[in-house]
Design a protein around this ligand. Structure first.
Ligand code: GLN
Length: 215
């Protein structure tokens, strides 16, 4: 008899080990696309809408969407402070587009009263590619992810205007503008790997999640 096990690795008790538990912030935006990619890569995925749902996750993805709405909902649902505490406590978090804006310490062109969660020592500018050119696609060389370029889709994305001393740029456009950054367990991209079939960013993120879950 063969059993259809999702994971071939076994835990200390000889049982098949479950994948890392990754939450996806599901207040607004393209959280379903992230959940699909993460599940495909073997993570145990849960949607996060309340503070209690942060318990027991080993990592969190903040999706693309609209950062000002996400911010409002996060505060309304009492999630903003628990999220800040989780980030400060070292929870691995990957933010795409609006998610990157949520993780940035400083946000330019925010709407009045908009707050970010912070954690990434970067300055981002919302809607940096302007209304004439709201969406575009390009291939990015990202040595940290291997030789094959990353096909990147930008949808009213932010740009990283300055990278502070604690953060590192992972990818830039040809004109030098930074569009992917990391800092310890935090990862952010201006673009959307969750919609292109590109899994290397999620894999890279899951690496951070696994090393925190099994130090
Ligand atoms: N695709 C996206 O996530 C767009 C981000 C959006 N322009 C914002 O400011 O939040």
């Amino acid at each position: 008899m063969t059993t259809n096990l999702r994971s071939e690795s076994l835990d200390a008790g000889g049982r098949p080990s479950a994948g890392p538990r990754v939450g996806v912030l599901a207040l607004q935006g393209d959280f379903r696309e992230h959940a699909k990619v993460l599940a495909l890569l073997g993570a145990e995925v849960s949607l996060v809408r309340r503070p209690a749902e942060l318990a027991g996750i080993d990592g969190l993805v903040i999706p693309g969407g609209e950062s000002s709405v996400m911010d409002k909902l996060a505060r309304m649902f009492g999630l903003a402070e628990p999220l800040r505490a989780a980030i400060a406590g070292g929870l691995p978090v990957y933010g795409t587009c609006a998610g990157l804006i949520m993780l940035a310490d400083t946000v330019l062109d925010a709407i009045a009263g908009q707050e970010s969660l912070g954690g990434l020592d970067v300055v981002v500018r919302r809607n940096a590619f302007g209304s004439q050119n709201q969406s575009f696609e390009t291939d990015l060389a990202i040595p940290a992810l291997g030789d094959e370029p990353v096909h990147a889709v930008f949808i009213r994305g932010p740009v990283v205007e300055s990278v502070g001393a604690s953060a590192t740029a992972l990818a830039s456009l040809e004109d030098g503008r930074v569009v992917a950054v990391e800092q310890g367990n935090l990862l952010g991209t201006s673009f959307h790997p969750e919609i292109t079939g590109e899994h290397r960013f999620h894999e890279y993120f899951l690496g951070k999640v696994r090393s925190r879950a099994n130090p």
